[in-house]
Write a protein that binds this ligand. Structure first.
Ligand code: A2P
Length: 281
């Protein structure tokens, strides 16, 4: 396996097994340089979102790289949209900011932002229709969701003409969200793991530090290797060149079964995922 090795989505499209995360990478130099370094390190899968506010910088870094569009996998997400029209307009804006004719993957970022929470089922059905039309118009290859639990996915699956092929959720040793992962699997939905390093909190876990010593690897490399071992698709984020490179130098070792089990058992050691129904946004 390598950074360009792929999983195959339920619709046949291929997706590189590690993506580059850009949540909390500031627009401007920071996002531009981190994506530039990621592409130089071999990443071909870049994950962003309208809500990250950095699509413009990422678009420039991608363009300046000179890498052929067909060799890249680009994901973005919809945030504050509540209607077919708003979702269609958001897609156009993302395409423009990213300077691309299509995105590989387009996700509903949050199942029920607070403003739309009482009516989230109708809201998601309406914006899904716009996303499906994006697929039919060739502006999107695959569509999916993010932060969805079973109770959010079930009503969407009932109305979806084109099925979601990805659910991007927080997954790391401290919260594996196994209920959602199992539901995804049962519906041919690939689980993408955001905050694979617990947004940095994972580095303080003693058991992982010990495993890092045992294998002569960094904690990040241990955790990302474990993510692949479990069949997840991690989206590590960093704004430092050497860490960006380190986070894809993860394919030359295999964790022993007992060590995989030990990592499986680290629930709650470095924070938990938010419940989408309870957040204040
Ligand atoms: P930075 O961006 O300053 O390099 P996650 O991917 O779970 O969101 O975690 C991202 C956090 O972990 C960021 O704070 C990032 O810091 C840090 N990080 C990413 N890769 C590494 C690494 N290889 N070693 C140490 N810290 C890292």
């Amino acid at each position: 396996m390598s950074v360009t090795h792929t999983y195959t989505l339920a619709n046949g499209y291929k997706i590189p097994v590690v993506g580059f995360g850009t949540w909390q990478s500031k627009d401007g130099e920071e996002a531009y340089n981190s994506v530039k370094w990621a592409l130089e390190s071999g990443y071909r899968h870049i994950d962003t979102a309208e809500a990250y506010g950095n699509e413009d910088s990422i678009g420039r870094a991608i363009k300046d790289s000179g890498i052929a569009r067909k060799d890249l996998f680009i994901t973005t997400k919809l945030w504050g949209t509540n209607s077919y029209e708003e979702a269609s307009a958001a897609l156009e804006k993302s395409l423009k900011d990213l300077q691309v004719d299509y995105v590989d993957l387009f996700l509903i970022h949050w199942p029920n932002p607070k403003a739309f929470r009482p009516d989230f089922v109708t809201r998601n059905a309406n914006i899904w229709k716009a996303m499906e039309d994006g697929v039919k118009a060739g502006k999107v290859h695959s569509i999916g969701v993010s932060n969805f639990h079973e109770r959010h996915l079930l009503p969407l699956l009932e109305v979806a003409e084109i099925k979601p092929v990805v659910n991007q959720i927080l997954v790391n040793p401290s919260d594996q969200q196994l209920g959602i992962v199992e539901f995804n699997k049962a519906h041919d939905i690939l689980t993408e793991a955001y905050s694979p390093l617990g947004t940095g909190k994972i580095f303080g876990v003693k058991e992982l530090q010990d495993l890092a010593k045992k294998y002569g690897k960094s904690v990040a490399q241990i955790v990302l290797n474990w993510q692949l071992e479990k069949g997840y698709l991690p989206l590590p984020k960093s704004i430092h060149a050497e860490r960006i490179a380190q986070n894809v130098d993860i394919f030359d070792f295999k964790l022993e079964a007992g060590d995989v089990e030990q990592i499986d058992g680290l629930h709650g050691k470095a924070g938990l995922a938010k419940n989408p129904d309870e957040v204040d946004f």
